[in-house]
Design a protein around this ligand. Structure first.
Ligand SMILES: [Zn+2]
Length: 91
């Protein structure tokens, strides 16, 4: 497991907090769209709930990526990886 700098106030901690907030919001949207779609038998709303669930998966992927990007220096990467450029397009 990658050792992640989780000290409060660091850039990675701020990014992680924002990603967790967005994930929570996306999950709330998924639940709301599923409830509305199932109650109204609307395939359009249900399919949009699936779309929002993919957005949530993107948030989870971004959390994984930030954990690698914020990793502390190691013996093999003595400068750390905090200067890594993101390779995943943000949703
Ligand atoms: Zn989307």
């Amino acid at each position: 497991m990658v050792h992640v700098n989780q000290q409060p106030g660091t850039r990675a901690a701020k990014v992680r907090f924002v990603l967790l907030c967005i994930l929570a919001a996306n999950l709330a949207v998924v639940v709301a769209k599923l409830v509305i779609g199932l109650n109204t038998n609307s395939l359009a709303v249900i399919s949009d709930a699936m779309h929002s669930s993919v957005d949530s998966m993107n948030n989870i992927l971004a959390l994984v990526v930030i954990s690698f990007a914020a990793a502390d220096p190691t013996r093999s990467i003595p400068t750390g990886t905090r200067n890594s450029k993101p390779w995943v397009p943000w949703p």
